[in-house]
Write a protein that binds this ligand. Sequence first.
Ligand code: CO8
Length: 257
Amino acid sequence: MSYETIIVEQRGAVTLVTLNRPKALNALNGQVLDELLAAMAAFDADPAQGCAVITGSEKAFAAGADIKEMQAQGFATMYGHDFFAGWDRFTRTRKPIIAAVAGYALGGGCELAMMCDFILAADTANFGQPEIKLAVSPGMGGSQRLARAVGKAKAMEMCLTGRMMDAQEAERAGLVSRIVPAAELVEEAVKTAATIAGMAPLAVLANKEMVNTAFETGLAAGVQFERRLFHGLFGTEDQKEGMAAFVEKRAGVWTGR
Ligand code: CO8
């Protein structure tokens, strides 16, 4: 499939998706959503692909949902069409997705980064939920995911004032996993994704699913869920191979079964 607002490349077992609306600082409109959903569905369905990276430009990961597209909308169309509900499908991608963020990740851009499984930030990254300045609010999960990621105080201040958080503050607050120099961001993200793609595929799915469950459930139920998935992995060929390879001091060779 050919895309107009994103560029999709395969680097070995890594799918690299670059948001590509430079004139609008990668603002997320309906076409970006449709194309990202199609790209993620193809990625998830391709057994040769193990991990994805989503990135933007040096200046902007994405400067938000497309304000020009939303400007004329009213309650009836927004509510009637459940505007932005499509993004929930993005979060149901089963294989891991890394957000590689340089420059602005604002509004929907910050929300998209937080919908990915973790964020690698360039030292130039700036995160924010400035929707209140437009007399609206986050609408793609930002108030919920930011509060879970950085806690109430910072999330509340950012949503109420629109203040941006730079990469250093974001790392201290736990919003991003690591900061890397901007010039190395995509290369480092692809390298990290390749490491993940080199793991046993069912173990990758299980690890992603159990960490995500931590945000959906209480501790006892989450621990139980983890243990059951852990037990389940002992039904895979790759568990036998992984433990045999350790004992025999060699690298494991995965079948995905
Ligand atoms: N939507 C549409 N176009 C945008 C957006 C955007 N979010 N951001 C930037 N652009 C466009 C600008 O309009 C401009 O276009 P043009 O050249 O045609 O005038 C171009 O990108 C370049 O932008 P600037 O000239 O403003 O570039 P600067 O370097 O001066 O500033 C900023 C960069 C600070 C990032 C600035 O562009 C900015 O503040 N952008 C808007 C940030 C923002 O408010 N984002 C939140 C949007 S709302 C949202 O994401 C979720 C809403 C949830 C609604 C819930 C509904 C259910």
